[in-house]
Design a protein. Structure first.
Length: 370
């Protein structure tokens, strides 16, 4: 596989797409509360689709070329990690539980928004000053889910409740999208709204280039992945696809403190990652690999033991077995507010999915024993 410099990667996104990306990433769409982000995504998709479906929990599929017998999905998930209010002290401090895989170690001193019944309320995770954390030589406490707390500037539980914040109120970190060294996208919720951007751009390219597919394409943005692939489980039953290409993120294992012997050798800027796993259909895997070679696109490889841990598993093992594959791009600092992906990897993933769709023949035999 050829190794290209990032500066030579063909850019397929445009200014309007970049504007959409910034709006989409800066929006808050916590697990179970993805509506506002889904509306932004669907509004961007409207010029590039023929119709759309929305399920009861907010997963969306933009439908292109409806009515064909063979049905193909390209999918991402739209939700972001967050917190729930779990307990309010008499003095107005708030203790939390996770909503998704939220990282307690990054919480201290982070600003947050509490999405209360009366609207958004500002707060922050407090933390004792360094001067006070080792009284009398005691061992310093580390942040844990049991000791991190939020300060809203309230002095009583009653004051917190008056602001519309109560047990069950969802909480998100405050941090916006930016670029780094003009090479990287940085922000919270790149896992996996960057995937939502990728599949939206694939749809735009199909429309712009006037490509007519021999199958119906469902560009699918699912909810609730961060709590067990739940949106994908529902949506695959709704669509009943024949084939699915899932996008997600994986770890840049060149990040300090990571072990390549355990996590593999993956790096931002070296292209999308094609995953081997029991859920990944070998014939679809081969088509994606052959497409990357034909289009001179970079490709990295990963292997997953037992499950991928992504929506791929939900699609593959549904409806008697859906032909599925996983394409990811490396990401640094997953589940933090500074998730980082290379712009070049995003561009190449868009192109790889686009060209792979053009190479899918619905009349092909997909069974292993044929």
């Amino acid at each position: 596989m050829s190794k290209k410099k990032e500066s030579k990667v063909k850019v397929v996104t445009n200014k309007n797409a970049q504007k959409f990306l910034e709006s989409y990433l800066n929006n808050t769409s916590p697990v179970g509360y993805e509506e506002s982000g889904q509306r932004i995504w669907l509004d961007y998709m409207k010029p590039y689709m023929d119709e759309y479906i929305v399920d009861n929990y907010g997963s969306v599929a933009a439908v292109i070329n409806p009515g064909k017998e063979f049905k193909v999905v390209i999918e991402a998930h739209s939700d972001e990690i967050s917190w729930y209010v779990n307990y309010i002290t008499d003095d107005g401090y708030i203790y939390v539980i996770r909503n998704g895989g939220s990282d307690h170690q990054i919480a201290p001193a982070m600003r947050v928004t509490l999405h209360g019944d009366k609207g958004a309320v500002d707060g922050h995770f407090g933390w004792p000053a360094i001067h006070t954390r080792r009284p009398g030589g005691m061992k310093e406490q580390a942040p844990s889910p049991n000791n991190i707390f939020i300060d809203m500037g309230c002095s009583s539980k009653e004051e917190v409740l008056e602001k519309g914040v109560k047990v069950g109120t969802v909480i998100t970190f405050n941090d916006g999208y930016k670029t780094l060294n003009d090479k990287y996208h940085v922000g919270r919720a790149l896992d996996n709204r960057m995937g939502g951007f990728v599949i939206a751009e694939v749809a735009r390219l199909l429309k712009t280039n006037k490509k007519k597919l021999p199958f119906t394409l469902y560009v699918t943005n699912c909810v609730q992945e961060e709590v067990g692939l739940r949106g994908a489980e529902m949506m695959t039953q709704t669509i009943k696809p024949d084939l699915a290409i899932i996008t997600d993120v994986t770890h840049d294992t060149t990040t300090p403190m990571l072990d390549k012997k355990i996590l593999g050798d993956l790096k931002c800027g070296r292209g999308p990652v094609l995953d081997r796993a029991p859920a990944v259909h070998r014939k679809l895997y081969d088509i994606i690999e052959e497409t990357a070679k034909k289009e001179d696109l970079q490709l990295q490889y990963a292997a997953s033991s037992r499950v991928t841990g992504t929506d791929t598993d939900a699609f593959a093992y549904s409806n008697g077995g859906v032909i599925s594959a996983l394409l990811s791009f490396p990401l640094k600092y997953m589940h933090t507010t500074v998730e980082t992906v290379a712009k070049s990897d995003v561009e190449e993933t868009i192109q790889l999915i686009y060209h792979t769709l053009l190479n899918i023949d619905p009349k092909k035999s997909w069974k292993y024993l044929d």
